[in-house]
Design a protein around this ligand. Sequence first.
Ligand code: SAH
Length: 345
Amino acid sequence: MNKIELNSMSLDELKDFIVNIGEKSFRGQQIFTYFNRNKNIDIESLALLPKELRKKIIDISFINEVKIYKKFDSDIDNTKKYLFALSDDNIIESVFMQYKHGNTACISTQVGCRMGCKFCASTKEGLIRNLTPAEMLNQIYMMEKDTKETISNVVLMGSGEPLDNYENVLKFINIIHDENGHNMSLRNITLSTCGIVPKIYELAKENLPITLSISLHSPFDKVRLKMMPISKKYSISELIKACKAYGNSTNRRLTFEYTLIEDINDSETELDELANILRGLNAHVNLIPLNPIKEYDKESPNRDNIEMFQKGLLNRGIPATIRREMGSDISASCGQLRRSITHIQ
Ligand code: SAH
């Protein structure tokens, strides 16, 4: 019999689980808080629970842990990159960043990724497996324990495509938001996707005020197709339609990520078309200078051209910012998270 993963359960699931083994439901809440507020993992030392009950739980369930395998500190800013070892010895990467508005965790949702974006390091070896809710939660809890800081914002921008691991990601969001646990505001959670259209509609129905961030990177299908295989399945117009539906049902401003690549997507023609397709949407463009990876021989435009692109969007009435690069000296920037060490050695 497969044992149940105790720390991947939502509060309601834990209560049901406890009631099903003949105990009172408040015990479920105690366990939930123990994991998700106190960031503890060892059920044996949960003294609030009678010894007998602890034994019963240990017999039928297991607790999924992630352990710090290596940690890199940036000399440029206070960014820290963590390599976490999973219980099956796979390694994932997460990043801790300090901003004026609070601490942000960039976490992984999958080991590897199967989306195949040409400029992204995380996808080079394909998808190994999905992460469980506990494995996503524990990336945050372990970074909080290690830095002795509270993390107020989470971006799902580490390795993996969050909408390709939909159920687990939603459960993670539900748990991290629960007031009996970490109590993170949904508004402080950003889900970044390469644009799996049916899943965007599904997410819209959940009516969660999280921020949806769409990796667009070009307003032209022809250009996008060359860098993002997902565009074979869904055209830009289908994608924008789904984003409109998402914006209408959640009333949230959308973010479009746009990785700037010299001579590929940084011309006036792109500016005009980008402004055309985003006009009327409550949207904001986040420009990301391309971070170099060895498998992609293109470059970022220089700083002046990046700023000109931003101005070009602003002049066309589209709000745009340039993403600050964090921890580039430790390969912690967007698209640089790679399974450099794939297994515990
Ligand atoms: N799977 C999600 C999360 C990806 S990482 C998604 O596709 O949105 C977050 C952002 O970094 C995405 O917009 C991604 O396209 C971008 N990115 C990936 N590799 C990059 C690189 N080498 N340089 C700059 N941005 C990159």
